[in-house]
Design a protein around this ligand. Sequence first.
Ligand code: SAM
Length: 280
Amino acid sequence: MPSWSGDGANLVVNADNADFLPTLPDGAFTLVYVDPPFNTGRVQRRQQLSTRRAEAGTGNRVGFKGQSYSTVKGTLASYDDAFEDYWEFLAPRLIEAWRLLADDGTLYLHLDYREVHYAKVMLDALFGRDSFLNEIIWAYDYGARTTRKWPAKHDNILVYVKNPSAYHFDSQAVDREPYMAPGLVTPEKAARGKLPTDVWWHTIVSPTGKEKTGYPTQKPEGLLRRVVAASSREGDWVLDFFAGSGTLGAVSGKLGRRFVCVDSNPQAIAVMNARLDRWL
Ligand SMILES: C[S@@+](CC[C@H](N)C(=O)[O-])C[C@H]1O[C@@H](n2cnc3c(N)ncnc32)[C@H](O)[C@@H]1O
């Protein structure tokens, strides 16, 4: 496994993130963006669960700021087997994300509507509720539409900061959006556009566009550009430990950030080595 150094090169790392993350030092990253798979490939099994209530600080693992998440975990897991596996997989990695964030750092956790509510509760317990910054809705328009319910056409990105009184956020650094009714604002305002909100309309990666790498689950650079521009500065280190095709690395390279991209799948590594070559 390659080793990271603050004045070293950008890295693409082929490893299970659970093995690699512990090799990185505390507080090294201004931004952590992760887009984990829901299906972790693990065989689901039913476990005997403790739903015993734990007072703060008395659970089987004391969370940050003295909060215990064993209570939350026990309660949630008793409702949903799949979530229990997901929790076991994700929680230790999110604890590592917290450790690796600088004091002014931010975590973006990209999920969909099936997982986001559980993860919100998990992150409230891990980071503290006052560290919750936003839930970004990425709305897109692609694919079939069921007629049996409202077709789900969005992803959810939970945003948590390490320190609510010290985090870096630069709203002026992001691309602006056209006004819906430009006739209602001054021509100067209309020309400048408006600051984006927490709802981002953006197409998926076009199957025929030049961004496409062929890697399934690839996210659009336009989304990640906002994340990187707002929550890091030039020269900062950013981390994606479920990196896939390396969208975070590509955007970071273009915006002058330094990056570490980790993935356990050799196909992802091949795609990233080709895509990120000029910054490695
Ligand atoms: C949803 S994809 C990420 C897509 C990425 N955001 C992009 O734009 O291409 C999730 C990735 O996590 C990787 N992965 C799953 N389990 C992992 C683990 N334990 N360690 C490292 N990578 C893992 C998978 O190989 C997959 O490439």
